[in-house]
Design a protein around this ligand. Sequence first.
Ligand SMILES: Nc1ncnc2c1ncn2[C@@H]1O[C@H](COP(=O)(O)OP(=O)(O)OP(=O)(O)O)[C@@H](O)[C@H]1O
Ligand SMILES: [Mg+2]
Length: 358
Amino acid sequence: MSLKRLEIEQFRCLQRVEITLDPSYNLFYGANASGKTSLLEALFLLGRGRSFRTRRLDRLVRHGEAGFRIVGWTEAAGHQTVLGIGGSRRATEIRIGGQAAGSAAELAAHFPPQVIDPEVHKLLEEGPHRRRRFLDWGVFHVEHTFMDVWTRYHRALRQRNAALKPGSSTAAVHAWTPELLLTGTQLAEMRRGYLELLGPALREIGQQLLQDEVSLAYQTGWAAEESFESALGKSADRDRRYAVTHVGPHRADVVVRVGGQAAKDRVSRGQQKLLAAALTLAQLSVQEQRQPGRSALLLDDPAAELDVGNLERLLSVVRGLRVQLFVTALSADLPGLGTPGALFHVEHGQIRRHSADN
Ligand SMILES: Nc1ncnc2c1ncn2[C@@H]1O[C@H](COP(=O)(O)OP(=O)(O)OP(=O)(O)O)[C@@H](O)[C@H]1O
Ligand SMILES: [Mg+2]
């Protein structure tokens, strides 16, 4: 499957974009502030239902306009699907094949993009939230029941936390415990299973990018030697005192190791970018093995933070993945990925495709 065509209206600085895309490699080049990242952001939104830059919808609507619209045409085995996402300052609306869709997860079934941008290092640098989201995106692609279990776990967690508030009964806390334990244990197992699947791809790509052994250590969200049930039991008094559940998959994390040592705070910014890129590309590679010919990679300004050798290594791994590529750069000349199937110039929020013969 690939994205054949894209239309954007009033999104960030992009007033109106109508482009036909290449199934393999699309390169968008242009000066700073021309709208390159905005274009990738629109593509990400189309597949994931959220931005990779902000949670605030009002930032996405072009200044002075009421709302934006992004429409994409995907094609798989001769069958076309139209995906659309429209947004105002307050809400988004998702449509698939002309029908209103219930959730962003439905978009990802048609167009599941991954992104590597100059902020990708935050995956390692920031708190566990980003790493859990990374992990869960991977699990979502291999476990059909994941969304259901995740939703049930978080509902039970919300209810339990509400019941922990002063004035609520202990019985109300206990009422949610079986569901929390059941879905929490399932979530932890799914995440563990996914990390086992990811391990070999990460080792290989980590070796190529960092020339060292990259591995992940999973922290379930409770003490390693215990079951969730026993950890939850031990945490009961503390949970009551602070009116919050202290243990469980919502506190999980993944420690990234290079050469056996935790990487956080020990590696340079460039190495952080390479590591986070290795994680993303390993995930993409697993996704691609599972559902060949369906994935997309948004690669924003790959040269940022990387020296020539590391950029070459990154692009060589990217080249080896059989995914639809959307790449941005400051100039049309990006050695390392070969000749783009489609080359676009981005200027003042306008996007123009070069004709095949120039
Ligand atoms: N809601 C909005 N309405 C209009 N313009 C916006 C909006 N949000 C951001 N912009 C502007 O869009 C422009 C393009 O931003 P973008 O990040 O896409 O540029 P870029 O081509 O990726 O630049 P760089 O090469 O510096 O990364 C910026 O000048 C920014 O101020
Ligand atoms: Mg940019």
